[in-house]
Design a protein around this ligand. Structure first.
Ligand code: DAH
Length: 340
């Protein structure tokens, strides 16, 4: 009997050594330790043993049971660890993989234009100020000396919020705010959105952008205005650019002028886009600040004088980037915007 158990043991241990997965291990456990297993069989057959032999065989069987159970336990935990490590290895995050690309945006071409304009004027000693897009009728029209019956005041031209409040039709009211809140000398520019009751076409939009400039000091003359505009145009478009001042009317300046610049397409030689004139028309409006406007803001016109100018930023961006349709600036089509 003892030899039989010893043989069983060596077979079992040999089998154990070859087990390399949990299913086989469980089959092994059932085969030897299960209800109908080899060891149980031996225990059941003990009835045929002698009185002396029984406890001895029982002891050996129990020892073998303990040995096999310990082995199974160890192999089980080894296999489980192996399985866990393999799983971890497969799930390991490869931190050397390149990350997901983040879609970075960039400045809108209009904002790029405004920044460029601001930089030119900052270099000329101007300060940048801001004004609200929702304005009073007083600042937008009255204080700017705009006549009571001026067509631009009409409901069909201007977005009114109440009788006294509107969406500013130009950036000129920033002049009024600046002069009312500060004492001369003043040298400011201000860029931002402006609104008019316009139908949309290739060059018009009910929302557009302007940049306003204002200089107030003693002894400021038209010569200062012309020089400033000249410098600005050359700085922005290049040395070869010429300016042409045409007399015009604005209620808030006297005298007033509109400024044309050399056609950017042909640099003044004459081409199809400038109708062979060599000039790009109406890039900006300007003039000497009207004495009445100074008075409206508490500045004595006998002591101070100044000039002002206003230019269309969208127009400049379109000329600069060769854009032929203003709608493109406001549609937020990434295919268009990513070109700049
Ligand atoms: N505000 C005028 C407009 O929107 C532009 C303008 C003209 C501004 C002459 C000025 C100026 O400051 O002096 O058409």
């Amino acid at each position: 009997m003892k030899e039989k158990i010893e043989d069983l043991r060596s077979i079992a241990i040999k089998e154990l050594k070859e087990i390399n997965n949990l299913t086989d291990l469980d089959n092994f456990r059932v085969k030897y330790l299960g209800k109908k297993g080899e060891l149980t069989k031996i225990l059941r057959g003990m009835g045929s043993l002698s009185q002396e032999e029984r406890p001895l065989v029982g002891k050996i069987v129990n020892e073998l049971r303990g040995e096999l159970e310990d082995n199974i336990k160890n192999i089980k935990s080894n296999l489980e660890n192996k399985k866990k490590n393999e799983k971890l290895k497969n799930e390991k995050i490869d931190i050397t993989l390149p990350g997901e690309k983040i879609n970075l945006g960039h400045r809108h071409p209009l904002m790029q234009t405004i920044e460029e304009l601001e930089n030119v004027f900052l270099n000329m000693g101007f300060s940048v100020v801001e004004g609200p897009e929702v304005e009073t009728v007083e600042n937008n029209f009255d204080a700017l000396n705009s006549p009571e019956n001026h067509p631009s005041r009409d409901m069909t031209d201007t977005f009114y919020i109440t009788d006294d409040i509107l969406l500013r039709t130009h950036t000129s009211p920033v002049q009024i705010r600046t002069m009312k809140e500060n004492k001369p000398p003043l040298k400011i520019i201000s860029a931002g959105r402006t609104f008019r009751f316009d139908d949309v076409d290739d060059t018009h939009s009910p929302m557009f952008h302007q940049l306003e400039g204002l200089v107030i000091d003693k002894n400021i003359t038209m010569a200062n205005l012309k020089h400033t505009i000249d410098m600005f145009i050359k700085e922005l478009f290049g040395e070869g650019m010429k300016t042409r001042f045409r007399p015009h009317y604005f209620p808030f300046t006297e005298p007033s002028a509109e400024v044309d610049v050399s056609c950017l397409n042909c640099m003044g030689k004459g081409c199809k886009s400038c109708n062979d004139t060599g000039w790009d028309m109406e890039l900006l409006g300007c003039g000497m600040v009207h004495p009445e406007v100074l008075r409206n803001c508490g500045i004595n016109p006998d002591e101070y004088s100044g000039f002002a100018f206003g230019l269309g930023v969208d127009r400049i961006a379109m000329v600069k980037y060769n854009i032929d349709n203003i709608r493109l600036l406001f549609e937020n089509d990434m295919r268009f915007l990513n070109q700049f």
